[in-house]
Design a protein. Structure first.
Length: 546
C-alpha cells in the first residue's frame, strides 16, 4: 500500500491498532491480507462468548476499515497522521449520510466539530460551561421537536454558534442544558432556543432518559436477533438425530417411541420447520413493536450534544456515544456495557429459548403437531423473562454510570453461577472476613440476600463508595460490601501493566466471575475470563469506557 514497505508498514499497523483499541475501549485486530498481489487491511475481532454483539460494531468496522485503506494509500509514512485517522472515523460515524457528499459539506462538519471542541473549553465566571445542543439532522427533526410538549421554541435569526456566544456571552450561563438548549439546523446554524416548560423535567434529565430508553430498545433488539439466529440453528437438518440420540442416552423415552419417531421423520421435520418459522415470526413482530413509539426513532432525526466540564459528548442513533475529552476521542459503547452485565447475570442469551422450548418440541414428537396456545405461552414467558432481565441489567448498569459520572471509585464483583457454592464454602480464600459485629455491617441486612431491585439507588451508590468491593451473585443479590479481595494465582499477562489496589482487586476477583472497576476519574473497566472457540480461557480487560 503506497510506498510504505516492510518493517515500517508493520510498525505503523501496530500503532494504528493500539490507537483504535484505545478509541473503541476493547481489543480488536487489524487483519492484513494479500489478494491478487495487493495488500488489504481491515478491522476484525473474534467475539468469543458474545458473537451476537458483532453487528453492534459493523458500522464502526466498515468506517474504520475504509479510513485505514484511504490512509495507507498515501505515498509516504511521513505523511500519515493517526490523529487524523481517528478524526475521520469519528466524523463518518457521526455524520455518515453527509460525509463524502462534497468537499463543502466535509469542511462544514469539520468546522462544526472544531467549534464544539473550542466552546467546550470556555468558562463563565471561572466555572466550566454546561451547554446543551440539539442538532436537527433533517427537516423532519424540527417537526418532532416542535411537537414535544416539554418545550417552547424561541425563534432566532440564523447565526453561527461561535458568533452567537462571542456576541452574547451571558448565553454561556443561560444555555444551561436544564432550562434552555440551543436548536441547530442541518447546516449547523443556530435557529432557536428551546425553553423548558413549567413543571416539565430538566432538559438534560429528559434527554438522558430518552437516550436510555433508546439504548434499551437497541439492547433488546440485539438479544431478539440472537434468539432468532439460535432458533434457526437449533432446528437444523440434524436436529431430530440429535434429539433421538440424546433421549436414547438419557433413557427419557421408550425405544418403541423412538422407533416410531424415526419412522415419521419426514413429517416431524416439516412440523419442526413450521415451528421454527412461526417462532421467528413471533419474535420478529416483538422486535418491530419496540419501534412503534415515536421516541424510539427520535435519534434518527436529531443529535443531542452536551458540553460540560471541558468535555463534548455526542448522542445519536449509533450504538456508541462519542466523547471528546482531554484532547482525545473516545467511543463509549454503552450497549456493550449492558451486554457485559447481562452476560454476567445470565451468561448465554440462547438459554432464554432452550430452557423453555422442549415442551413444544415434545408435542410435535409425540402428538405430531405443535399447539398454538403453548407457542403463545412460550413467547409470553420468554418476553417476560427478557423484560425482567433487561430491567435488572439496566438498573445495575445505570447505577454504575451514575457512580462514574460522580467520579466515585468503586468495585463490583458478580460471581458466576458455578462459583457461588465455592465462594460460600471458602469465603476466607477470596476475601478478608468481616467482623459482623461492627456497627457499619448492621446498616444493611444482607444475611438473607437483598436484591438491587429492592434497594434505593442512592443507598446503593453510598454503599459502593466505601473501601472494598460490593459482591453480588448472578441474580444481583448483594452478598457483601466493603469486602477486601485477597490475592489469587492468576495469569495477568493479557491485562497489560497493572497499577493501583482497586485494579489488582478487580483482576483477583475474576477468579469468581466478572469484575467492574470504576476509577476516581470516572473510567469504567470490565475484567472477566474470555472463552475462545478452541476452548482456551484467558483473563482480559474486555471493555473500557472513558
Amino acid at each position: 500500500m503506497g510506498n510504505i514497505k516492510g518493517n515500517n508498514f508493520d510498525i505503523l499497523l501496530t500503532e494504528i491498532n493500539n490507537e483504535i483499541d484505545r478509541f473503541i475501549g476493547s481489543k480488536h485486530n487489524l487483519i492484513k491480507e494479500r489478494n491478487l498481489g495487493l495488500e488489504y487491511v481491515y478491522l476484525d475481532r473474534e467475539f468469543k462468548v458474545m458473537p451476537y454483539l458483532k453487528h453492534n460494531y459493523n458500522k464502526l468496522y466498515d468506517i474504520t476499515s475504509n479510513e485505514i485503506y484511504k490512509l495507507l494509500k498515501q505515498n509516504s509514512d511521513n505523511l500519515i497522521s493517526i490523529d487524523k485517522l481517528i478524526n475521520d472515523i469519528v466524523f463518518n460515524y457521526l455524520f455518515e449520510n453527509k460525509m463524502n457528499i462534497s468537499l463543502r459539506i466535509n469542511l462544514q462538519i469539520e468546522n462544526f466539530i472544531n467549534t464544539i471542541k473550542n466552546i467546550s473549553m470556555l468558562t463563565y465566571e471561572n466555572k466550566s460551561i454546561d451547554i446543551g445542543i440539539i442538532l436537527c439532522r433533517n427537516k423532519n427533526a424540527l417537526k418532532k421537536i416542535k411537537s414535544m410538549n416539554e418545550f417552547t421554541l424561541i425563534n432566532l435569526n440564523k447565526v453561527r454558534i461561535d458568533k452567537l456566544f462571542l456576541e452574547e456571552k451571558p448565553l454561556l450561563k443561560l444555555i444551561d442544558n436544564k432550562n434552555y438548549v440551543l436548536l441547530l439546523d442541518d447546516e449547523f446554524y443556530v435557529i432557536g432556543i428551546l425553553r423548558r416548560n413549567n413543571d416539565c423535567k430538566l432538559i438534560d434529565k429528559l434527554f438522558k432518559e430518552k437516550i436510555m430508553n433508546y439504548q434499551e430498545i437497541l439492547f433488546k433488539c440485539s438479544i431478539l436477533d440472537e434468539l432468532m439466529d439460535v432458533i434457526k440453528e437449533f432446528f437444523s437438518d440434524d436436529f431430530l438425530e440429535m434429539y433421538i440420540d440424546s433421549n436414547k442416552e438419557a433413557k427419557n423415552v421408550s425405544y418403541e417411541l423412538l422407533d416410531k419417531i424415526e419412522s415419521k421423520k419426514i413429517n416431524i421435520d416439516k412440523n419442526m420447520e413450521k415451528l421454527s418459522k412461526k417462532l421467528i415470526k413471533l419474535l420478529y413482530h416483538e422486535k418491530n413493536q419496540l419501534f412503534t413509539d415515536e421516541n424510539s426513532t427520535l435519534f434518527n432525526d436529531i443529535m443531542y450534544i452536551t458540553l460540560n466540564n471541558k468535555e463534548s459528548v455526542f448522542y445519536s442513533s449509533n450504538e456508541g456515544v462519542i466523547c471528546y475529552k482531554n484532547g482525545r476521542w473516545n467511543l463509549r459503547n454503552y450497549i456493550s456495557l449492558y451486554h457485559e452485565i447481562f452476560l454476567a447475570i445470565h451468561k448465554y442469551p440462547q438459554k432464554l429459548v432452550l430452557e423453555r422450548i422442549f415442551t413444544i418440541i415434545d408435542d410435535i414428537i409425540i402428538l405430531g403437531k405443535y399447539q398454538n396456545d403453548r407457542l403463545l405461552t412460550f413467547k409470553t414467558n420468554l418476553m417476560g423473562k427478557l423484560d425482567n432481565l433487561t430491567k435488572l441489567t439496566f438498573k445495575f448498569t445505570n447505577n454504575i454510570l451514575n457512580i462514574s459520572n460522580r467520579k466515585i471509585g468503586a468495585l463490583f464483583v458478580i460471581i458466576n453461577d458455578e462459583n457461588i457454592k465455592e465462594f460460600e464454602d471458602n469465603k476466607q480464600e477470596y476475601i478478608e472476613m468481616h467482623d459482623t459485629e461492627k456497627n457499619y455491617m448492621k446498616l444493611l441486612e444482607i444475611s438473607e440476600g437483598i436484591n438491587i431491585s429492592e434497594i434505593d439507588d442512592e443507598l446503593f451508590i453510598l454503599l459502593s463508595s466505601i473501601d472494598g468491593a460490593v459482591i453480588l451473585d448472578n441474580s444481583l443479590n448483594i452478598i457483601s460490601y466493603g469486602s477486601m479481595i485477597k490475592t489469587q494465582d492468576i495469569d495477568r499477562s493479557n491485562c497489560a501493566n497493572v497499577y493501583g489496589a482497586r485494579t489488582n482487586a478487580a483482576i483477583n476477583a475474576t477468579k469468581l466471575g466478572t469484575s467492574i472497576k470504576i476509577s476516581e476519574d470516572g473510567d469504567i473497566d470490565i475484567y472477566r475470563n474470555v472463552i475462545f472457540r478452541d476452548g482456551t480461557c484467558i483473563l482480559e480487560n474486555v471493555l473500557t469506557i472513558k
